[in-house]
Each structure stands twice: as structure tokens, then as C-alpha cells.
Design a protein around this ligand. Structure first.
Ligand code: DQA
Length: 146
């Protein structure tokens, strides 16, 4: 089983960017914790980050046929990324949306997600542990565990 874990614009700056909001870990550290969880679950995890919506879409289109599910933190594209949403919807793959911060407790414009309506679920505000929780939940659902 292969799960794609995708991060959008500015998430390459984790570790430097607004640490009180996003935590102190770099994306490389978070990706490695996700990969460790993947090994524990005996699945393949492919991680990808881009600052460009087009590159995210290209990656999704290239990988979708061989993947079983997607975990994505779309960054600010969450709030207006309709092309990204269409690409994710076209895959027909189960999807979990993750945010490090609680997008409902910040500026009003962050409380709207154009991705959430096509997601199985959303985890917002649990920091890097949100990715781990999403991976465990997605794999359990795909395995039909109750
Ligand atoms: C974010 C929340 C977004 O509003 C913001 O633009 C980000 C990160 C989060 O993980 O909390 O880049 O997706």
C-alpha cells in the first residue's frame, strides 16, 4: 500500500516560520517521523512538497494510479486552490486534510477550506502529530479495520 503525503506552499520553511504557530520541527524531521510510522504500519509513504500549485498537481497526476490514499497539507492553497482541489478529486482516492495550526482559531479567511468537502476528514491544530494520526486513520480505513 502506498500513501502520498503532500505539503503545499511555504511548508518547506517549517522550523523557521512562525514557530509558535507551526512548531519547531523542520519538514524533513516531520517527513522522517511520518516515514517511521509508515514502516511501523508496513506501508510505503511517498512525501512531496512544492511551493507551486502546478507542481503539486503534476505530482498528484503522476502518482495517483499507483497510490491508495492521500494526506495533504495544502498550505494557503487550502483556502482558494480550486485547481488543486480538482486534481485531488479526479484521483478518486481517499484523502485526509491536515493543518498544523487550528485554522478555525485564526484569521477568518483561514476558516474556509475548498479541499474539505472532498476529504474523508480533516485534522487541524495538532501540529506534526496530525500527520501521524491521519496516516494511522487512513491506513486503518483502507484495511477495513473497524
Ligand atoms: C496551514 C494553515 C494555512 O492557513 C497556512 O496558509 C499554511 C499552513 C497549517 O498547516 O496550519 O501555510 O495549512
Amino acid at each position: 500500500m502506498k500513501i502520498l503525503v503532500i505539503n503545499g506552499p511555504n511548508l518547506n520553511m517549517l522550523g523557521k516560520r512562525d514557530k509558535e504557530i507551526y512548531g519547531g520541527k523542520t519538514l524533513a524531521e516531520i517527513d522522517s517521523l511520518i516515514r517511521e510510522q509508515g514502516e511501523a504500519l508496513n506501508i510505503e509513504v511517498v512525501t512531496f512538497q512544492s511551493n507551486s500549485e502546478g507542481a503539486l498537481i503534476d505530482f498528484i497526476q503522476e502518482q495517483a494510479d499507483s497510490a491508495s490514499g492521500i494526506i495533504i497539507n495544502p498550505g494557503a492553497l487550502t483556502h482558494y486552490g480550486f485547481s488543486l482541489r480538482d486534481a485531488l478529486a479526479d484521483t478518486k482516492l481517499p484523502l485526509i486534510e491536515v493543518h498544523l495550526s487550528n485554522i478555525y482559531a485564526r484569521e477568518e479567511w483561514r476558516a474556509q477550506s475548498v479541499i474539505a468537502p472532498i476529504a474523508k476528514g480533516q485534522i487541524s491544530g495538532l501540529g506534526w502529530r496530525g500527520y501521524i494520526a491521519a496516516l494511522r486513520a487512513l491506513v486503518a480505513q483502507l484495511r477495513g479495520e473497524g
